[in-house]
Every structure is written in C-alpha cells, then in structure tokens.
Design a protein around this ligand. Sequence first.
Ligand SMILES: *Cc1c(COP(=O)(O)O)cnc(C)c1O
Length: 371
Amino acid sequence: MVDLYGQYLRHKEEIDLAMQEVISSTAFIKGPDVQSFQEELAAYMGVEHCIACGNGTDALQVAMMALDLQPGDEVITTPFTFIATIEVISLLKLTPVLVDVEPGTFNLDPEKLQVALSEKTRAIVPVHLFGQAADMNRILEFAGRHNLFVIEDNAQAIGAAYRLADGSTKIAGALGHIGCTSFFPSKDLGAYGDGGALFTNDLDLGQKIRSMTNHGMTKRYHYDHVGVNSRLDTIQAAILRIKLRHLDAYNQARQKVAAAYDAAFTTIPELQVPVRNQDSEHIFHQYTLQVNNGSRDALRDFLKAHDIPAMVYYPVPLHLQAAYQQLGYQEGDFPVTEALCKKVISLPVHTEMEEDQLVHIIDTVQKFFSK
Ligand SMILES: *Cc1c(COP(=O)(O)O)cnc(C)c1O
C-alpha cells in the first residue's frame, strides 16, 4: 500500500546524517530537534502552538484531558474511523455518542448532530478521513451555537487546505479548538516509529497540553495536573523535520495518482470514485472506491492474485466491535457506515508510485469489471 523504503532512499543521506547527529549528541529525549520540529510544524499549520507527543492516540487523549472533560460527558464522533478515536473517549470514561457519516465523503454528517445533542454533550471529534476534511463549516457553526469543543482527528489529512465560510483558508487540523495528528510511519507525514502532535491557538490550552504530555509537570518536579508520559523522540523529530519540507510534494504525488485513478474509473458503472467535499482539498491518504454491485471482496481477491495489495478500511464499524457492545448500539443504527464497510476498497496510493505500477493497477481493475 505504501513504499516507505523507496521514500527513505530519496532522503537517505540527509536522514542518516540527522539520526547520527542525534545519537552522537545523546539528547534522545527533548533534544533540540523536538523544539525545532514543533516550531516548524506550527508555522506550516498556521497555528500558535504545536506540541509533539508519543502517538496520535495519545494526542486525542491529551486533548480531551486538557479540555477537562469529565466522566459522563458526551463526545460526538462517527463509527467509521480508526478505533483510536472512540477508544480514548471510553478510556477517559466519557461517553461516545456516534453519528453516521455522509455516503460520499465518509465524514461526519452534520445533519445528524442535532439528534445526537444532549445536555451532557461537551465536544465533537470530526475525523478527516482518508485525506479530506469533514464539513467543518457546518460542524464549527453547530459547535459554536451549542458551546461545544471541537477536537479534530487529523491523523489522515495533514496538509489539506480548507476553505472557511468567511472565504479564508486554513489547514485541516488548525480549524477546531485542538487538532490532533499522528506520525505513524504510513501516515502522510510518517516517522520511523511512533509519534503524534496537538495543535491549538489558545495559549492556556497550549501550556496545559505541554505540561500534560510531560506528567502534568509545570516546574521541575512540581505537578499541577494529572498527566501522561507521551513524548516524541528526538530521532523521530530529526527525521520529521526533513520530511516536513517535502510534505506538500508528497501530497501532490498522491493527488496525481488519484487523478489517474479517477480518470480511469469514473466510466466504470459499478464503481463510485472518491467524492470531494467542496470546501476541502483532498490529499488522498487513501484512495477509496465504493464497489456498488456486491463484488468488493471478489475485486480484492482478484487484485491480490495480481500482486496488488488493496485494503478494506474499515471492514467492521466501531459500534459493532465486541469491545464496544456496552454502548448499546445495534446493527441498523448507522446504515450509511454499515453499507460502506461492505463496499469500500482502498487502492495503493503513495509517493513512490511508478508509471508501470499505476498502469498495472488500473488495467487489473478494468479487467475485473469487463469480465
Ligand atoms: C492512525 C490514526 C489514529 C492513531 O494514531 P496512532 O499514532 O497510531 O496512535 C487516530 N485516528 C485516526 C483516524 C488514525 O488514522
């Protein structure tokens, strides 16, 4: 699905040197590269504060802790996302309240927010799935009207530009009260291990988040909050500094692959190519087709037989996962998500895609549907 080694070879000299420098300095934790990376990423995102942490899941957890959400508070998100989103809500003894997604964009359907709202609702967690932002204009408007926090799960859309209702443009992850991202190796800005970050424009929140990712420490050995130990290693920061300079080029490379797929697949009646949110750029963390004639699994097997690693994100909606049965949801509660889990298939899309690989994938998909 991705070619991390091929991408490494492009930057090998620079990355090897940067890693070697960290090792020689032995500043493995909180080394100068961490501070520099935070500053550079904040500038890229157009936010005041960027706080690096151990992974994207921790970023979401710390965001909810920093906003002082309390057990029993309700947090609205969708059942069509990676497990981390709902996991941290549950770990903090908050109550996840799920709403269905839009059938085209796969993102939280703002139409469904009103029904999910209660006296206990404190926050919304839109997930910018597969590379494009959710309908943030409507989500932010709703949140503002009801005094709710917005925590963006931006693990999959870092760098996607978003047009706000006032005509200005910001980057996904810089739109809510707190934005969260992941540097898991296969993410669009991937480290060589785990990593994550939080973004905010609020000074107090920024300070609280910084403290909370470091055991809640404010002054050395003085703890004002119950925190966690969640840091980005200096080696990862050094690598990410190099890769950040190429992030826009990475995103453009995936957009090029997506455009070629679109051109080839729009004419296949059994397929729905990715639908764009009109206000969001799509950076194609995944290129996800909907197979509308029930042959998704057969297509996946056919691709596999031709050495093409297609994936299903996600095969089981979160509300039907064994670990989350106590939430009390049932099959039928989120029909759009449930249908998508049976229809979606993601094709390889990455920064190192060669023309012959692309042609092979396109030919194979076309061959399957012309049978
Ligand atoms: C990857 C991902 C996360 C979690 O990030 P980790 O760094 O793996 O903890 C959270 N939400 C979404 C939507 C993701 O894709």
